[in-house]
Design a protein around this ligand. Structure first.
Ligand SMILES: [Zn+2]
Ligand SMILES: [Zn+2]
Length: 867
């Protein structure tokens, strides 16, 4: 029996023997594509080739792609673990032809690998082809020795692939494996048709061969593509299941060691039935968590970070079902690496980092979960109905991370039903909010273009020039004069690598366009702006960059590199960039560090950066192979798109980074650097916000102005400011003391008056009245004074504190048995819409109705006589 490791390698080696080049998997967290949550198919990294935007460097490629499907359109999260084949994380084996071989080779090789190398029985194999694809049908008959009865035609649903509403598309041909009638499970259903692509588990799809031969136009018609491609995908976990003769993906050697580790940690043995669901869910989710984190994903409250957080929370909650109450997921990462680290070496390199992120998030979730349980109990005691509201369920979900099903279980235990419709309504509203906030997007295929020139990659001149003479190759204009256009060459930088786009002007005698944004689509630069005058033609135009703005951006970008290098010196080599934003007004830099920076570390970092600025180092850029850059010690995340050359930006020996951004020519151009804030971005990630150049000047000018203004308000000089403030604080304290004693004096005289007008009820001296007091402490204080002055007797004081009634009752010791203060205060409170009670000698109560105080006082006689 082959191990998963052997199977993966056999696939790669087989296609290498057919002259394919092996390409590494692209990261599962896409770095350049904000429209894609996670890499979810093998083709993501080749999209630009398939759209014809770039020339392929190799025409035959083989790879195994890390994929995550969770959240968004492919939301399988809730099904994962309940069956043997849904996963959040999976690997896709694929061989690719970019305008090279076609159907004949793809079918021949897939058949040969499956039946000759892997030796799966030929009589168990079935092939499907699209209704329109007679060519593939004939090929299956002629180039393979498959049973001819096992080749079947199918419709668009099963055998036609499309990239989107418009764009490349084509028929597909799939290979299915017959697991035998025992796997049907629907024998008793007379309506069941036990066939390939049917609705039972007898036949499973092993491999999908997609032949991209058409372009789908807007009117739904198809045009043959000039360059036709082959894209194949074989689900790796499934291939392992069949080759290892298992019933479920979870029984393969990809999962068994992980499941065993979970069983060992929890002491709960694994079962292939329903009781094993928590084990399976955890085993699946920990793979997704390990790979997404090592590729730069971080749990958070938005976008892909939120999906990662949900996956982690679901896994942690499953842990509780197995009595794992302490963080444990991070420990399982080691086993994931044992199983897959040999092929995905990036994961192994990040082992400690991945564990730290996962552990931190687990700790946080455990706190949240405990808090949520308390909140749930609170909500329960606040509701009288048999219905648990949708608003409450949503709050538990949104704030405490309680999945709906968990709340449902808890509510059910208490005999309550949940308002599911109300919950779903709030979920819908939240999704709409998220959608409206999602980032700007241009769909190149969808846009109605006016084509003026040849379509070819935009040449970027902006590293050396701030002007160019260019032509518009195509543009799209709406009624509002919003325009998107592609230039043959441009000095305007397109947003990427955390650096914002340039702004600028494009014009000639007839046409004028203000450019407000530039986005990349593959190798094309899409300039976005307003058409001020004329209409674009084939004539040349002058393009100019907003130079002051660009200088500020470049200055902030170079400073970001210096900051990165300085942090590694001050904090250590574990510092890794986790995100950055470079704009004209400042820079933001996220990096790994276990704790916040001390004031001293911040000062050291600032001074290192400023020292490099003052040195006036030339900023050097070289374009080279990624391998050479690595050898050269450049810092960056490698492995985004295959085959690309990289640009290395260095400042002498101080900093060396892979970077496509714009920079100043000499570090002295930055002028000055200042860190404004240092804070936590998420678990294990710190964030620094900083400014350079004129912004630093302005920052200090503003500070100076603030100090001067404050000093003049306090009628002193800036240098004497702290002394002045200290003396003001002291003065304020003295005044407070004085005020307090004045207040108690005045309360004393008020009480004196009250005592002088004491009533005699049932032979007891009774004082009852209102005092002008505004805190409970003062009222208690007044009670003590009253007790002293009254000596023997009963006192009842009313006061209005924060708009509500406060009542205090004191009773002397000789009377407290017969007239308990707690009872008196309770009765008095009832007149002012309140409740209360307390000790027999002293009690306080509150009430809502201030207007009834006088009435309450008038009732004192009745109350005392009632005892
Ligand atoms: Zn069946
Ligand atoms: Zn950079």
């Amino acid at each position: 029996m082959y191990s998963s490791r052997e199977i993966r390698q056999q696939f790669i080696d087989y296609f290498i023997s057919k002259k394919h080049i092996e390409v590494p998997s692209s990261p599962v967290v896409p770095k350049d594509d904000p429209t894609l949550l996670f890499t979810n198919a093998g083709m993501n990294q080749f999209k630009n080739i398939i759209l014809g935007e770039i020339e392929p460097k190799h025409t035959r490629v083989v790879d195994t792609q890390k994929c995550i499907r969770a959240g968004g359109k492919h939301n399988d999260l809730d099904e994962v673990g309940r069956d043997g084949y849904h996963h959040t994380f999976f690997e896709m084996l694929g061989n690719w032809s970019f305008g090279d071989y076609n159907k004949k080779e793809a079918i021949t090789w897939a058949w040969e690998l499956i039946t000759e190398v892997w030796k799966l029985p030929k009589d168990k194999m079935h092939a499907t082809v699209h209704d329109s694809d007679l060519e593939s049908f004939e090929l299956w008959k002629t180039v393979t020795d498959i049973d001819h009865k096992h080749i079947t035609y199918h419709g668009d649903k099963d055998n036609f692939w499309e990239m989107g509403e418009t764009g490349p598309c084509g028929p597909s041909s799939e290979i299915h494996f017959d697991r035998g009638p025992a796997h049907c499970g629907k024998e008793d259903d007379p309506k069941h048709d036990c066939v390939v692509n049917g609705d039972c588990h007898r036949y499973i799809e092993l491999w999908n061969l997609v032949f991209m031969q058409y372009f789908r136009n807007k009117d739904r018609s198809l045009t043959p593509l000039k360059m036709q491609h082959v894209d194949t995908g074989a689900g790796f976990e499934r291939i392992c299941q069949i080759l290892q003769g298992k019933e479920s993906n979870y029984d393969t050697d990809l999962f068994v060691p992980i499941i065993n580790h979970i069983a060992k940690l929890s002491g709960v043995p694994y079962s292939q039935g329903d009781e094993g669901t928590p084990h399976r869910i955890i085993a699946d989710h920990i793979r997704a968590l390990s790979f997404s984190t090592s590729d730069g994903g971080i749990p958070s409250n938005e976008g892909r970070g939120y999906v990662i957080r949900r996956i982690l929370r679901r896994a942690a909650r499953m842990g509780r079902l197995l009595n794992l109450r302490e963080p444990f997921l991070y420990k399982v990462v080691d086993t994931v690496i044992d199983v897959m680290g040999h092929h995905y070496t990036g994961l192994k390199q990040q082992q400690e980092y991945v564990k730290m992120i996962i552990k931190g998030e687990e700790e946080r979730f455990n706190l949240t979960l405990d808090k949520g349980l308390v909140k749930f109990e609170e909500m329960l005691s606040a509701t009288d109905s048999k219905n648990f509201s949708g608003a409450n369920a949503f709050m538990l979900y949104d704030t405490y991370g309680f999945p709906y099903d968990l709340t449902a279980i808890l509510a059910e235990e208490k005999g309550l039903t949940i308002d599911l419709a109300g919950f779903q309504q709030r979920m819908k509203e939240q999704k709409e909010r998220a959608r409206s906030a999602s980032s700007f997007k241009i769909d190149v295929v969808e846009t109605d273009w006016v084509v003026l020139g040849d379509e070819r990659p935009t040449e970027f001149l902006g590293y050396t020039n701030n002007k160019s003479t260019s032509r518009i190759n195509k543009y799209s204009l709406n009624d509002n004069n919003d325009i998107i256009f592609v230039l043959d060459k441009t000095p305007l930088y397109a947003e990427s690598g955390g650096q914002v786009a340039d702004k600028g002007l494009v014009r000639n005698e007839d046409v004028e366009i203000v450019v407000t944004d530039v986005k990349k689509s593959g190798e094309l630069f899409l300039h976005v702006g307003k058409l001020i005058k004329g209409l674009p033609t084939v004539r040349e135009l002058k393009v100019t960059v907003d130079q002051t703005r660009r200088m500020n951006i470049s200055s902030n970008h170079t400073a970001t590199h210096l900051l990165h290098a300085a942090l590694r010196i001050v904090l250590g080599d574990h510092v890794q960039q986790k995100g950055s934003l470079v704009t004209d007004s400042g820079l933001r830099f996220d990096f790994t560090n276990f704790k916040g920076l001390s004031a001293d570390e911040i000062a050291q970092t600032e001074s290192l950066v400023n020292a490099e600025i003052r040195k006036g180092t030339i900023v050097d850029t070289v374009v080279m192979n990624p391998e050479d850059a690595k050898k050269d010690g450049a810092t960056a995340l490698f492995g985004e798109k295959y085959g690309d050359k990289v640009r290395v930006v260095s400042l002498a020996a101080f900093s060396k980074e892979l970077c496509g951004g714009t920079h100043v020519h000499n570090s002295a151009n930055i002028g000055s650097f200042k860190i404004k804030t240092e804070s936590s971005s998420s678990a294990g990630i710190r964030r620094i916000e900083a400014i350079t150049g004129n912004a630093v000047n302005k920052y200090y000018c503003d500070l100076e102005e603030l100090v001067n203004k404050t000093a003049s308000m306090l009628k002193t000089k800036p240098a004497q400011l702290t002394a002045k403030i200290e003396s003001l604080i002291d003065e304020n304290k003295e005044l407070e003391q004085e005020l307090k004693s004045l207040k108690s004096q005045s309360a004393g005289s008020e009480i004196e008056t009250l005592v002088n007008s004491a009533l005699e009820i049932s032979g007891v001296r009774v004082v009852c009245g209102k005092v002008g007091i505004d805190s409970s402490d003062e009222l208690r204080n007044a009670g003590d004074i009253l007790k002293q002055k009254l000596r023997g007797g009963i006192g009842v004081l009313f006061a209005v504190i924060n708009g509500k009634v406060s009542i205090l009752t004191t009773v002397s010791d000789d009377l407290k048995k017969q007239y308990p203060a707690g009872k008196i205060v309770g009765k008095m409170a009832s007149f002012v819409d309140g409740k209360g009670g307390g000790r027999p000698d002293m009690a306080m109560a509150g009430g809502k109705d201030v207007s009834k105080i006088d009435f309450a006082i008038s009732q004192i006689k009745t109350v005392i006589e009632s005892f």
